[in-house]
Structures are given as C-alpha cells and as structure tokens.
Design a protein around this ligand. Structure first.
Ligand code: GLC
Length: 748
C-alpha cells in the first residue's frame, strides 16, 4: 500500500468527533484527528494545498447533455485544485462529481458542496425577516432542520446561512435576509438556525455545515446601498453587529462567510482584527472562513490591495481560509510561498481547518454519504415539510391594523373580491433566496382563499395592476369586482427581486401605481383588508389612515395562500411581532427603537430637540409591534429586589391577561435602560422575550431572570462589562407600550 493510501487509511480510521467551534474553555481539538491531518498535510503538494483553499461555482456543459461540469472544472478537480463547489446539487450529479475527486485525484480528498439554503431548499419557508417575526427560535430551528434535511438529501453538505446581519436601514435590500434591527433577537435567531442546520452530529447524513454571514456589519452600509462603506466605531461593531455572530459561534457554527464591505477603512475580507483576533482568539472559533464570492479580488477595487497577489496575501494572512470564485489562491499561493512572502504554515493552518470540516461531515468515511437518490426522492417537499412551512408562515404574519375587528372574515357566505398584483402570484412569495423552490409548488393567496371558503361563498378575482407599472388598464375590472363584493382583500407589495442582494430602493413606498389602485378600490366604499407581501418595511401612511385592516405577510414561501387564509379567516390568530421598525417616511431612516437619547431627546412639542419639522419623530409601527384578534392587559412589574450586586440576578415578573373574547398568543418583551454609563447607552434594549398562549380571560405571570452579565456593554476603556448604577426595566407587548420599574446594580 503506498504512502498516500496509508495516510488516507489512517484518516478513514479516525474517530469522528464533534470538535465543534468550541467556546473558550471547552475540550481542545481531538489530537488523534490533528495528528492524522498532519500526516495528510505532509503528503500534499503546495498546489494541492492551494486547491483545498479554492471554491468554484459549478459551470455546466451545454443543456440537454447529461448534467456535467465543464471539462476545465473536471480537469481542475482531477488535479486536486478544487476543495469545494457551490451551486452543484442533486444526489446523482454530486455523486458523479465526487467520484472524480475521490477516484481520479492523487490524494482522493472529497469535495464539499455548498449552496444558499437560506430559508428552505425546495420547501421554501418565509424569508428570514418573516421567520424572525415569529419570535419563536424553537420553531425556526425546526425550519432550518427541514432545510438541512432537504439539502443533505440533494448532495449539499454546507449552506451559506444564516444571514445574521443587523439591519437598520430598510432601503438596504438584504434586510429581507436577516432577523432585523435588534442584536438580542438576532442572536437568538442566529443560534436557532445554526442548531437547526447542524443538529448535534455533523457526521449524520441529514446535517450540514452552517455559515453565518456576512462577517461583519454588512448591514451598516452607508445610505442603505449594498456593498457600500461602513464607518462605525469598534464599540458599535461589538455591541450592535457582532452579538448574532458570537451567538452563532457559541452555538457551534462550523464556517463563517466574511463580508464585501469595509469597516472604517478595512475590508472585512482582509481584516485580521475581525477574522483572527475577535473571531478566533476571543471567541474560540475553529471552523473556516470563506470569502463572499470574489471579495478577495475586490480588495483591489477597494484600493486595499494593489495586485491579485497582494489581495491573496492580505486575505489569507487576515484569516480568510477559502477563496470563493476569485481564484486568487489557486493562482498566487504557490508563488507567494516560494517567494517567501507567505509562510507555508499559514497555508497549512487554513487547509487544516477545511479538512477538519470535511472530517466532521464524515466525508472521509463515506464521500457519497449525502448522495442518496432514495433519500432525495422521499424527502424533498415532504408533506410534513409543507405543513411546517404553513405554520411558520402564519406565525410570521404581523397584524398591523384591524379597525372594528374587520378581521377575521366570515368564510361561510357572501362575496369576496381578491384583488392585486400579488393575489394570484406564485413567483414572488418564494422570496429573494428561492433556492430550488418552484412557483408550481406555491399556494397563491387566491388559491388559499378559494380553498378555505365554503361553497356558498363567491370569490372574485382581478389583478388590477402590475407590481411596478403605471398602467391603469386593469383598474376597471378590479373596481367592478369590488362593487360586487361584500369585502375586498387586496394583496399588494414588492417583487421578490426588489429585495435581497444588490436590490436597494431609494423609496419605501408601494411600487408602481398600487396605491392608486388601492385608492380607486377604496372609493367604491367596501371594507378592505390589505395583505402586504414585501421584503422590507414599507412607508404606508395612507393605508394606516384609511384602510381598516392591514396584515404584514412578508414573503411567506410555498404555503403563502394557506397561511394567509388561516389568519384572515381566524383559523389562526395572528401572533407575529415586527423585528424591524416601520418608518412613516424614508426621510426618517435610519430609525430604530434602541437609539441613543442625545442631549436633546426628540420632543415634537419643542423646537430645539432632535426631530424633523415635517414628520412626527415616532415610527409608523415600532419594533416588537403586532396585534392579535384579542387584547392583552399587563399588570405591574414586580422585581425580586431593588438592588443587586454584580454577578447576581434579578427576577422580573409581570402578569399578562387576555381581556378579549378570543384566544391569542402574546410575545411578552423585556427591555432595559442603563441610565448612565462611561459612554452613552441606548434608550432601551431588548433583554428577553417569551411567547405565550392565553385563552379568553386567562392570565399568566411571566418571569424573566436578568443577570448583570446581560447588562454588559463595551465601556469607555473598551472592556465588556456591566457598570454599577441605576437601570430602568420595562415589559410589554412591543417596544413602545411598556410597564416600567427600576433597580440598581451595585459594585461587588
Ligand atoms: C453572494 C452573496 C452571499 C452568497 C454568495 C454565494 O454574493 O453575498 O450571501 O452566499 O454570493 O451565492
């Protein structure tokens, strides 16, 4: 047996250990695994090492032939010059590609296949902003588990998700892909996605590597314009943008994707403080970092690298282990090492991280573990998956207004007119990352309503207008339908292409002439329910004034129609709460709940305060807001003590009662304000939430445990700790309407 086979035999004999990204203080890496990795590294040429650091998007031969990679890519795989492919999927397709790597390359190192499984693969769930609106991390973990089950059944072992970028500017199209404006909710959702994707054993054939992205502060782009510069303090970076990433790493995230943007002059892809000092030395991350697409090559356009060679050197030295698509590692690493500019030990460490992930996936045990056509056929779009997608979708919907309890509607009789460009649309409900979702799989809102109503109910339909057009030729038909109806349901919003990557808007209004259509229908005089399908907060002041019922449905996925019907007919009472603030006007942006006080806090009755002349300072709908079909009343806040010492915890209780006639779910939210600090502190910060179900008349006492560690922040001297002083504590059903109390933290 030659040396290679011996080394690989050792590798195959490895005890599969879950050396997940271990928080500091947890057991060291498995030394047997590391010794075996040493022996494989010792066999690898520099060219093969550079190959493991290289990822390509799969490029295919002409359609019609049996699906194959272009010959050049097959040749690169045979030469051991490829470590990973993205955008290759299918049990059969990935098996055939894997066979090239495992049977025809010199060292037979398996590839790892990555894909953007952001909110589902074929069973598409609501966009992540909708998922976050559930405020149910446990539910979102289940959704991620389904996504991983379907992805791994199609030969995918790695998803470029979750996207955990905090976003406070709805002009930014990628706000759709994340969990909104708040670090605490964002951290809970980030960890839930990682647990769902990775399960508790990455070597199982239904678990996949997660990849929290985009590290870091991508959502802070100036002007809400994608890829734009981010200029924030290290304190803001640490206290606002990093918490979801740290939570994801602590949950065991196996990989991280760095971001396109610079932070205060240093592009993330080449940012050693970010990728090594914080991510590895402070947090103990032992996975690997992949660039975002060509972000290594883009260091030149940033003006941060003067050549491809310098870009490769800066990125690899900073801690970007794998090069997606710029191919600079493949071209430059050998030259950089041979010229002495790059130590081979740096290359070895990145190769080791990537090989370690492949070992954890079990790929050295069985490279075809994820290539089961039988699993693929039995699991994709499984009815149980669709049922979960419907539950997540209806729980994601946020009731913004419901005047005179127009909702829920009666599905037993009468005539409904369903109008609007998104009413019968099966494309846009899939959202911005539709993966392998198919419009044919989507239940449209019109279909969902038609399926839900009784035979005695007439459902009329008219599109009325396009999503983004000035044409009014459809208005007449829509008006005629409205005239014949008892109630009108209008489905309005954005195309999925209006949010997501490189899809920023300078205004947040309903696109095209949708509002004109709505006004024309409003003039008919029938009650109107508006269902919004959008990937960002919209500015809808006229709707808020004139339309009796407004339901934010986001982009709800394959089960859009069923979920909307469940909510508007009352089979499920809406329970979603906003993870982002809705501004009145785009001119208010950025506007978010956990803002600073300033020396002149906004007061619309006082001129010389931080405000605008032409719009109220408050948002249209605040963070955490959402209505139900019942009402909730809150009692007084009770505290276990008026004063606690550093290191102690405070029990905070509040009674919540359902004072309406219908059952409902309430998300009880806990906020804290650190009144004074060595640096200024936000007016309030989310520090806990709990979603509860209450029958009519039922009450529950909800308790939160607040530790002084929960109150830590980056102090003036850049330490992360709590500062003794006075605090306000709030609890309620959104970030505005809150019961308040106060307590003190005293030094130990
Ligand atoms: C894109 C996106 C990133 C995605 C990657 C691979 O540019 O920024 O989120 O995972 O490319 O598709």
């Amino acid at each position: 047996m030659n040396r290679i086979s011996v080394a690989l035999a050792f590798l195959l004999a490895l005890p599969i250990v879950q050396s997940s990204s271990r928080p500091p203080g947890t057991p060291p890496l498995n030394s047997a695994v590391e010794r075996r990795l040493d022996s494989l590294l010792a066999l690898m040429t520099l060219e093969e090492k550079a190959g493991q650091l290289t990822q390509y998007t799969a490029r295919w031969t002409a359609p019609g032939e049996r699906v194959r990679l272009i010959p050049d890519q097959e040749a690169l795989i045979r030469k051991g010059k490829v470590g990973s492919l993205l955008n290759a999927y299918g049990a059969d397709v990935t098996r055939r590609i894997q066979e090239i790597a495992v049977k025809e390359s010199r060292l037979k190192i398996p590839l790892v296949f990555g894909y953007d499984v952001i909110h589902g693969l074929r069973t598409v769930f609501p966009i992540p902003l909708g998922e976050a609106s559930t405020w149910e991390p446990g539910l979102i973990e289940k959704a991620a588990r389904v996504a991983a089950t379907e992805a791994s059944a199609m030969g995918i072992q790695w998803t470029f998700a979750p996207m955990v970028d905090i976003a406070r500017d709805p002009r930014w199209g990628r706000i759709a892909e994340g969990s909104g404006e708040d670090p605490y909710l964002g951290a809970a959702m980030a960890a839930a996605h990682v647990r769902g994707f990775q399960g508790d054993d990455l070597s199982q054939p239904n678990t996949i590597l997660s990849c929290p992205k985009h590290f870091a502060a991508y959502g802070g782009a100036e002007g809400g314009r994608d890829y734009n510069a981010v200029d924030i303090s290290e304190r803001t970076l640490r206290d606002v943008y990093l918490p979801p990433f740290e939570a994801a790493v602590k949950a065991g995230a196996a990989t991280i994707m760095c971001s396109f943007n610079e932070i205060a002059g240093v592009p993330s892809t080449g940012n050693r403080q970010l990728l090594t000092d914080i991510l590895r030395k402070e947090w103990g991350f032992d996975g690997f970092v992949v660039s975002d697409w060509g972000s290594i090559g883009e260091l030149r356009a940033h003006g941060f690298a003067s050549s491809g060679a310098e870009a490769a050197l800066l990125a690899l030295s900073a801690g970007t282990d794998m090069d997606m698509e710029s191919n600079l590692y493949g071209e430059q690493v050998e030259v950089l090492v041979r010229s002495g500019k790059l130590a081979e030990s740096v290359v070895d460490e990145s190769v080791r991280r990537i090989l370690r992930a492949k070992i954890r996936l079990g790929l050295f045990d069985d490279p075809y573990r994820y290539c089961s056509v039988v699993r693929e056929r039995s699991l994709i779009l499984h009815p149980d998956h669709r049922a979960l997608a419907r539950d997540v979708a209806r729980r994601s919907m946020v009731l913004l207004k419901n005047e005179k309890n127009l909702l829920p509607l009666n599905k037993q009789a009468g005539t409904l007119a369903v109008i609007g460009p998104l009413a019968a649309d099966s494309i846009n409900p899939l959202g911005t990352w539709d993966a392998l979702g198919r419009p044919a799989d989507v239940v449209t809102v019109l279909e969902g309503i038609r399926k839900a109503v009784s035979p005695q109910t007439t459902v009329l339909y008219a599109k009325g207008c396009a999503i983004d057009s000035s044409a009014t030729d459809g208005f007449g038909e829509a008006i005629a339908a409205a005239r014949r109806a008892d109630v009108v349901v209008m489905v309005l919003g954005e195309a999925s292409s209006m949010s997501g990557e490189a899809s920023c808007r300078s205004v947040l209004d309903l696109p095209g002439n949708q509002e004109a259509l709505l006004k024309a229908i409003h003039a008919v005089g029938k009650p109107i329910v508006v269902i919004l399908m959008n990937g960002r907060p919209l500015t809808i002041p006229w709707l808020d004034q004139q339309i009796p019922a407004i339901l934010e449905a986001w982009m709800p996925g394959v089960e859009a129609g069923g979920a909307v019907a469940d909510v508007i007919f009352g089979d499920y009472a809406p329970s979603g709460r906003l993870p982002v603030t809705f501004p009145r006007r785009v001119g208010q942006v950025p506007i978010y709940y956990n803002h600073k006080s300033t020396g002149r806090p906004a007061d619309d009755t006082v001129k010389y305060t931080s405000r605008y002349l032409d719009v109220p300072s408050s948002p249209l709908y605040p963070f955490g807001y959402g209505l139900s079909y019942t009402r909730f009343a809150y009692g007084r806040l009770t505290l276990s003590a008026a004063r606690i010492r550093e290191g102690e915890s405070l029990r905070v209780g509040i009674e919540v009662r359902n004072t309406g006639e219908r059952p409902g779910e309430e998300t009880v939210q806990l906020y804290v304000q650190d009144e004074f600090g060595s640096v200024t502190r936000p007016v309030k910060e989310l520090k806990g939430f709990c979603k509860i179900a209450l029958a009519p008349g039922e009450k529950k006492n909800i308790e939160f445990m607040l530790s002084t560690a929960d109150l830590a922040f980056t102090t003036l001297d850049m330490k992360h700790r709590v500062e003794p002083g006075t605090f306000k504590v709030f609890a309620g059903g959104n970030s505005r309407d809150l019961a308040a109390s106060s307590f003190e933290v005293v030094a130990r």
